[in-house]
Design a protein around this ligand. Structure first.
Ligand SMILES: [Zn+2]
Length: 242
């Protein structure tokens, strides 16, 4: 089972780890700072470097389908894996710009949840945009939502996670905002994300430490996906980095 260092500290972008297995899914390590695709948030990219200087580009990170609890670090197709056999110690480095974008957008989706009091039935967070589907038929105003997000960013609310028991969640079912994704059960504890005074819900993703760090995020589009679905798309106000 891969030790998930990113669950406790989203600012940790590098660590040493040991290769446990190499298979079609990718490289499995004993611990990782790479976030695997989940909860709508895209997987991390980055590099693995051996003591001998061999560098492997990782293009995506996924939960391993056959090895429960393990994380697969997906190399570029055709990459030379000969220096990364099981037992090899590597230095992991997350692509910081891409992760930073995920953290800013992910935190912004929580702010959007606080502004739109309807259940969420879809979510996708990438480095280029984030989108959230709300189960509702009322119209939404793009400029009002952008202004609402900007206020919550300017108010600089602290963002932190904590762990609660499954029993605590059972007595507070209102905590679960998402209709499509239920928090993972059977592990004995559930990670909840709190934006002080703004939002509280189960979430395993990576977030910035304060809403001020979300920066300038704007609503770029609102779409009526179906009679009961309104899709809100977020983008960064600043031009995309390099
Ligand atoms: Zn989250």
């Amino acid at each position: 089972m891969t030790e998930e260092l990113f669950r406790e500290d989203a600012t940790l972008l590098t660590c040493e780890a040991t290769v446990v297995a190499v298979d079609e899914a990718g490289i499995v390590l004993d611990r990782s700072v790479f976030y695997p695709l989940g909860g709508g948030q895209a997987g991390d990219a980055g590099t693995l470097t051996t003591a001998g200087g061999a560098v492997l580009a990782i293009v995506d990170t996924r939960k391993h389908k056959e090895r429960a609890g393990d994380i697969a670090h997906v190399p570029a197709p055709g990459a030379d894996l000969s220096a990364f056999a099981p037992g090899t110690v590597v230095t992991m480095q997350v692509d910081a710009a891409r992760r930073r974008a995920h953290m800013r957008f992910h935190t912004a989706t929580h702010l959007l949840c606080a502004l739109v009091p309807h259940p969420v039935d879809g979510c996708s967070i990438t480095a280029g945009y984030a989108r959230l589907d709300f189960h509702m038929n009322e119209p939404l105003d793009k400029d009002a939502l952008t202004a609402g997000i900007a206020s919550l960013v300017a108010e600089a609310h602290a963002v932190r996670h904590r762990w609660i028991s499954e029993e605590e969640l059972d007595v507070n079912p209102g905590l679960v905002r998402s209709m499509s994704v239920q928090p993972p059960r059977g592990l004995g504890r559930i990670r909840v994300l709190e934006i002080e005074g703004v939002d509280l819900q189960p979430c395993g993703g990576t977030h910035v430490a304060n809403t001020a760090d979300v920066g300038e995020v704007v609503v770029t589009k609102i779409e009526k996906k179906s009679a009961m679905t309104r899709r809100v798309v977020l983008g960064f106000a600043e031009p995309a980095a390099g």
